[in-house]
Design a protein around this ligand. Structure first.
Ligand code: UDX
Ligand code: UDX
Length: 432
């Protein structure tokens, strides 16, 4: 497993738990030292125990030496990052191609090289060419195997997937991947075999569609606020139609994270470059960016039209609960906008202590929600951590300076919040 980032580490640990022998190759020395010591550098529920168990069983190890890891390998997964390249929106493939060159240098005969990183259509062939040019004398087999892991639920998503997608053109690659995934694909109906281009497109199309679904319900929420109606009930009402489905129809402050923002941008760019403009995806990107700006305006409006000199407490800054990931979190757009408008911001988040302070300068951090609320004019729920679902609102209201409660994840009802003496603003319900 080349790259022990989020996807590489979860995949490596889960593969080892299936009984396979896994060596994770990680270049970052500090991260490698932690991993070797049995520490998980990211926050993902359950990952630490599973890692410890499989390291102890001798099936999982970590190294910086790719050649050593390849000696007895049947397959090598590339799981390095593919961030958005500055300037043109394309996925930056430099880490993937660098890994391909390093693999080529050390690969044994008949290695199956599997691309797990999210890469634009055509990358599988590009990597194959790179490897073949460098080592024309060694036979190898290419495959694409995109991941569909949600952060915070990655182990469940990995071990109980809706489907496993592999794109390949060689029988040997297919039989190796079938063997690797056999423990979770049961009768194998869940294993979808296609050509490499189709597999690459499935990943981008799936993420773009989900991002579009969220953006759709967010726009419906805007409409509900204007004309009446409750977005939760609308989502439920449309979601019960099995052609639509209820999941990913939760209105909120806009999608963030390591995948939807970058994958929609890359997919739209591929569409433009190849003369098949993805206009719905283009509109989704623009609407989601606008949404984050609108959320700051919504908070300002709730505070009476100005936040200058006001103290605003934000509960939750990560892009979603059960993760410490701050990539493209809505908080990174909303909080600075409020600071620029003259507000004093304080925050509380169960997992953001490490990364968030440097990304969100000028904030005062508190460990507990009620401490953050003390003396505040407004309280904003930005990430729906479980810890924020059962707040003692009356106690918090008693120590607040103002009365404003803005719930951008709709985890409370107007009645509950008003009973505590606070005014309630939420998403997709008419303001009170
Ligand atoms: C992954 C996938 O790569 C990406 O395509 C997908 O869309 C989201 O998930 P992620 O695992 O989150 O990305 O990326 P990152 O946390 O950056 O992890 C990549 C890891 O690979 C890092 O630990 C990095 O140090 C390591 N790496 C990178 C290498 O070991 N070698 C390299 O050449 C480059
Ligand atoms: C996503 C995909 O779900 C996963 O299949 C893919 O492999 C990686 O990208 P992830 O980014 O970890 O996973 O989280 P996800 O749960 O999909 O949430 C992404 C963003 O959408 C978050 O900001 C979340 O708050 C938001 N979201 C999600 C909503 O606003 N409403 C919803 O109904 C669902």
């Amino acid at each position: 497993m080349v790259g022990a980032g989020y996807v590489g580490l979860v995949s490596g640990v889960c593969f080892s738990d299936f009984g396979h022998t896994v060596v994770c190759v990680e270049k970052n020395a500090a991260k490698l030292a932690k991993l070797r010591d049995g520490q998980v550098p990211i926050y993902e529920p359950g990952l630490d125990l599973l890692m410890e168990k499989n390291m102890a069983a001798g099936r999982l190890s970590f190294t910086s030496d790719l050649a050593e890891a390849l000696v007895e390998a049947d397959a090598c997964f590339i799981a390095v990052g593919t961030p958005t390249r500055r300037g043109d929106g394309h996925a930056d493939l430099s880490y993937v191609l660098e890994s391909a060159r390093e693999i080529a240098e050390a690969m044994p005969q008949d290695l199956v090289v599997v691309i797990k990183s999210t890469v634009p259509v055509g990358t599988n062939r590009k990597v194959a060419d790179t490897i073949a040019q460098q080592r024309p004398e060694v036979a190898f087999h290419m495959a694409s195997n995109p991941e569909f892991l949600r952060e915070g639920a990655a182990i469940a998503d990995f071990t109980r997937p809706d489907r496993v997608v592999v794109g390949l053109e060689s029988e040997h690659a297919e039989s190796v991947l079938r063997a690797i995934y056999r423990p979770i694909t049961g009768d194998q109906t869940k294993l979808l075999v296609s050509d490499p281009e189709t597999a690459e497109l499935i990943k981008y199309a799936a993420n773009s569609f989900l991002a579009m679904k969220i953006t759709f319900i967010n726009e419906v929420a805007n409409l509900c606020e204007k004309v009446g109606g409750d977005v939760e009930a609308v989502a439920h009402g449309i979601g019960l139609d099995s052609r639509i489905g209820e999941r990913f129809l939760q209105a909120g402050p806009g999608y963030g994270g390591s995948c939807f923002p970058k994958d929609t941008i890359a997919f739209a760019q591929t569409g433009r470059d190849s003369g098949a403009v993805q206009s719905l995806v283009e509109a989704t990107i623009a609407a989601n960016n606008q949404r984050k700006a609108d959320m700051a305006d919504k908070i300002i409006a709730a505070c009476g039209g100005s936040v200058a000199g006001k103290r605003i407490a934000v509960l939750g800054v990560t892009f979603k609960p059960e993760t410490d990931d701050m990539r493209d979190a809505p908080s990174l757009a909303i909080i600075p906008a409020l600071q620029t408008a003259g507000a004093e911001l304080v925050a509380c988040d169960p997992q953001a202590a490490q990364e968030a302070p440097s990304l969100l300068p000028g904030l005062t951090w508190y460990d507990a929600p009620h401490e953050a609320a003390k003396g505040s004019d407004a309280l904003v729920i930005l990430t729906e951590w479980n810890q924020f679902r059962g707040l003692n609102l009356a106690d918090m209201a008693a120590t607040m300076r103002g009365r404003c409660f803005i719930d951008l994840r709709n985890i409370y009802t107007a009645a509950e919040v008003q009973a505590a003496g606070l005014s309630y603003w939420s998403v997709g319900r008419r303001p009170d």
